[in-house]
Every structure is written in C-alpha cells, then in structure tokens.
Design a protein around this ligand. Structure first.
Ligand code: ZN
Ligand code: ZN
Length: 358
C-alpha cells in the first residue's frame, strides 16, 4: 500500500531505455521465473481455512476500512465488496455450482457452456441488496424502482453479470432508466459469490497446462499478476472469481506477445531486485494493454484480489496516463445460463425449516 502511493520512477525495458524525467534506467526485463511448479494453489477450502474465516474477515475489514479512510469516494464500492464477501459465506452459491468433470485444457473456461440452476429467492435477495447499497448516496437511483416494478429482472442481471456481458448489462441498465454505467461497476460484484463458489469447486479441475491469458475458471482477464515466492513464479489472478493460474514471464496475457522488445514494465520503485510489496505495471507495446504486478511471498487470498485491485488504483492511473489500458471484457462472453430451480427453491425452504443458513 505504501508503495502504491509512491510516484512511478522508471520504465525498464530490455536493451533500450525510454524513461521520463529524472529516471534511473536499468536494462533488463521482468525477472524470470526460476521454478515451474504448476499446482493450482487456490484449491477448495480446507477445514483450517474455514476455522480461520473469522481471522480472514478481520483482515478483510481492516483492508476495507483502510481503503475507505484513504479514499472516501470509494466507500459505496467498498461497502458493496464487503457485502459480497459476506454473501459468499451463504451455502446457496456452493450448492448451485454446476457439475463439471473435464479439465479446462482446451481454451474454454470451465464456466463456459454451463447452466446454473439456482433458486430465484436468494438471487433476488442478493441483487436487491447489492442495488440498494449501490444506490446509497446517489440522489436518485432508478434500480430500486425497476426491481420493484419488474422492469429489471434480477435473474437476468445475475446471468449477464456472471457471463461478464457488458452489452447485456447496458441493455438492462437502459431498460431500468440508467445510462451512467452503474451496472458495469455493480455487475462484477454481483457475480462474485457465484463465481467464487465455482472457483472453490473447480480449481482442482484446472489443467496444469492452461496457457491462456484469461481465467481458466470464469474467463475473466487477470486483474493482477503475482511474482510469487522465492522462486518468483508468475501467476495471474482473476478479480472476478479469485482464480490463480501460472503464466510465463515473457508473454502478454492479452495478445500473447512474446517478443521482449515489445514487453516492459513501469516500476514503482528504484531499479534492482524486486522486493516484497513492490508493485509494477507490466505493459505490452503490441496491444497497448497492461497488467498490474505485485511481488508476494505467499499466494494472495482469492477474496483479496478484488481489494488489492482497488488498493493499487494508482498503478492504473500511471498506466492510463501513459496510454496503456485494461482490455475490455472478452469479445465473446462466457456462455452461461442461469435458470430458476424450483427443486432448489423447495430445498431452500426445507433448509430454512431446519435452521441451516441458505
Ligand atoms: Zn475468474
Ligand atoms: Zn499484448
């Protein structure tokens, strides 16, 4: 976090230096990975993980309150993320994860082509809650009225959000009377509980050979790259589902560029070895996209990826100022169908009768 507020100080490129004023320029590329372990590290939660959920919650809340204190303008988004982190604890999402059997070695994310059968009640409740929080502080939000009046279908919003389909989200927003792009911000957070449940269930199915730049679970572009551990593996992390997959050092996740002349980094600290907490922006001259990169000793918790993405916003500003951009949602959204399940609805009622948290 402290590093995130420091001014960017150098551009490191192989063989040539293109630096801004008063920069120290160092030849050399991104550090190369010494190891090649490919075991997914965000497997289904263990008992110990569940036991530690209270400690996790405290860490999340500490990070959320720090971000809220530093950036008052983010508080509505942080409140929404906080609600999503709590929502994930509900059993309904894990219970609604579609069964998958095969590994994602073919370039298709595991979410692709699935049908999510889920009781409408929990989806409606969560969408209402998310839109209520999103509307807090706004002088007028049309979404509460649209939900109440039936012009915004919570299940359609849920499906478009899970599929990461910005066009459908825009259509839904327009039908609800909004043209401020609210659903593009709220949609990914609405999708988080379902997508994290999928990631927990499917991580063991992800092929170690997955070589795409997008998430093998949900198809999202990486929010962050992690230079992890003493052997410096490069891992991509998905902000939508918390997914975690290995990648090569010299490869643009977005266009696959491998030519080191076209790949570089904007670094937040002086040249030299990466240190823990060091943050950089890895850029590609071919597609002009960037991914923020952080150095970590241990894997970032899946639930923390979205928070770290927010906490490193200054890196986005630096990249945008230099003409790089994040890629749009993939041109071909993941095909996913969310359908109400009456059986699940009945099952929920029975669970409620027995006192289990739905
Ligand atoms: Zn993902
Ligand atoms: Zn590229």
């Amino acid at each position: 976090m402290a590093g995130a507020r420091e001014p960017m100080s150098a551009i490191i490129r192989p063989g040539r230096c293109r630096s801004t004023r008063a920069l120290t320029c160092t030849a050399g590329l991104r550090p190369t990975a010494k190891g090649s372990a490919v075991t997914p590290t965000s497997a289904a939660p263990t008992l110990r993980e569940r036991d530690n959920s209270m400690a996790r919650e405290k860490r999340d809340e500490a990070l959320l309150s720090t971000l809220g204190a530093e950036h008052a303008e983010w508080r509505p988004v942080l409140a929404l993320v906080n609600a999503a982190l709590h929502e994930m604890e509900r059993a309904v999402w894990a219970d609604s994860v579609p069964a998958r059997e095969h590994s994602a070695a073919t370039g298709e994310p595991l979410l692709s082509g699935t049908t999510i059968r889920i009781a409408p009640g929990p989806v409606h409740r969560w969408v209402h809650r998310a839109m209520t929080i999103a509307g807090t502080g706004a002088s007028a939000t049309p979404f509460a009225d649209a939900l109440a009046g039936g012009t915004l279908d919570p299940m359609a919003l849920f499906e478009a959000a899970v599929a990461e389909d910005p066009d459908r989200l825009d259509d839904l927003a327009r039908a609800a009377g909004d043209n401020r792009g609210v659903l593009r911000v709220v949609g990914p957070i609405v999708a988080m509980p379902m997508l994290h449940a999928c990631r927990k269930a499917w991580t063991p199915l992800v092929s170690a050979a997955w070589a795409e730049g997008y998430c093998p679970i949900c198809g999202g572009w990486p929010a962050l790259a992690e230079a992890r551990g003493l052997d410096g593996q490069r891992r991509l992390r998905c902000g939508r589902c918390g997914g975690d997959w290995r990648t090569e050092w010299l490869r643009c996740p977005f266009c696959g560029e491998r030519d080191h002349e076209h790949l570089g980094s904007l670094v937040s600290q002086g040249p030299g070895q990466r240190t823990p907490e060091q943050q950089t922006v890895d850029v590609c001259e071919r597609c002009r996209h960037y991914v923020k990169a952080v150095t970590t000793l241990a894997p970032m918790r899946p639930e923390d990826v979205v928070l770290q993405d927010l906490a490193t916003l200054v890196l986005d500003v630096v990249a945008l100022e230099r003409g790089y951009r994040r890629p749009a949602a993939k041109e071909r959204p993941v095909e996913v169908i969310a359908t109400p399940s009456r059986l699940r609805a009945l099952f929920r009622l029975r669970q409620r009768a027995t006192g289990r948290k739905p």
